[in-house]
Write a protein of this length. Structure first.
Length: 208
């Protein structure tokens, strides 16, 4: 008989595993009932977990248990044994799941500037208060005594300024005239060179 079979009403407990313990029961039944009760307690005790099977009461666990949780919320500590929750969006979880910095740069569209990337036409974006400030650079061949139209590596959204500079002409006895930006748009610029031969020129553009 299990302890869970006992009634919480004392008068209702008239038998223990078939041993009569009602009023005016035989005296011998008292000894037998006590021994049976001891056996039932031993069985119940054996069924209880030992200290390794459960977590003792702990202030940290108690504080965590008191949190009100909800979807897309993340618990965090605000002090010793003190916790609250904050928003944990799907995009935030995506960022945490990325394997490394390279994966993060790909995810947010960041550009890694290296010596190799600086040697070719390229650009970087700096996000300032939600607006992309863009710096672009590159080289082009400035045609002799004429204008050359150059496409930018990426388009600006609303504003741009471009400057350029050329490699001086050599071997002709005439000093080269540096290319000068004459017109510009959000996607390209036109530079005029007064040199009598084609020259290599460099440009840098900034804007948003």
């Amino acid at each position: 008989m299990a302890i869970s079979d006992y009634s919480t009403t004392p008068a209702s407990n008239t038998s223990i595993s078939g041993i009569n313990v009602a009023e005016n029961c035989p005296p011998a039944n008292v000894n037998n009932a006590i021994r049976q009760l001891m056996a039932d307690l031993a069985v119940q005790n054996a069924a209880l977990p030992d200290g390794s099977d459960f977590q003792p009461i702990d202030p940290t666990l108690t504080a965590l248990a008191a949190l009100t949780t909800a979807a897309n919320k993340l618990p965090y500590a605000t002090g010793s044994d003190s916790f609250t929750t904050t928003d944990f969006t799907a995009y935030g979880r995506t960022l945490l799941a990325l394997a490394d910095a390279a994966a993060l740069r790909t995810n947010i569209g960041a550009v890694t500037v290296t010596a190799a990337s600086l040697a070719a036409n390229g650009y970087v974006k700096l996000n300032i208060s939600g607006t992309d400030f863009i710096i672009q650079w590159g080289t082009f061949t400035a045609a002799a005594n004429s204008s050359t139209t150059v496409s930018l590596p990426t388009a600006f959204a609303s504003f741009s300024r471009t400057v350029c500079n050329g490699v001086g002409e050599t071997g002709t006895g005439q000093q080269a005239t540096q290319p000068t930006v004459r017109t510009s748009s959000l996607t390209s610029f036109s530079a005029f060179s007064g040199a009598d031969v084609a020259t290599t020129a460099y440009f840098i553009s900034v804007g948003v």
